[in-house]
Design a binder for this molecule. Sequence first.
Ligand code: NI
Length: 187
Amino acid sequence: MAVRKIIRMGHPALRRPARPVNEEDIGSDAMHRLVADMIDTLHDYGGIGLAAPQINEGIRLAIVEIPGGATRYGELAARELTICVNPEIEIVKPDTAGFWEGCLSVPGLRGFVERPQHIRVHFTTLKRERQTISADGFLATVFQHEFDHLDGRLYVDHITDPHKLVFEEEYVRYVVPAEEASAAKPA
Ligand code: NI
């Protein structure tokens, strides 16, 4: 197990669609080692999700793990470690909501992105079982963000208002207080 280097925006591998994992490779020793590296890397960098292309492995594999409580995305509901091989997204309801996303491959920045908030996620587990889970709200955003990496997309591709791409320090200093002030106003 090892912490791997996360490649950053500008590295061409982040823009290449990843290839599906072969059935016979799912659950192999090599895949278990890769997943262990991804978990170590996620914990070391302090993220909540990581896709294999971010460590320059061009396969359709991503992990999500939300510790819950106070995180760099505010107070979050916990989500146990979920390892997704060859995932697909099904949009259950088209209504969208926006979150200030960040990405370990785009360090130091935050951007406001709107995405569908009610999805189902279909994927294969390391035991080669096909599984479906429902994800709503921020968790739906996290899965879509991670699986975008498998298609060579980054969250910045989805930003519709360029004013809403900011540095993290300025996000904390200006955006968070402004959003708290507007949330506190009576409707
Ligand atoms: Ni990312």
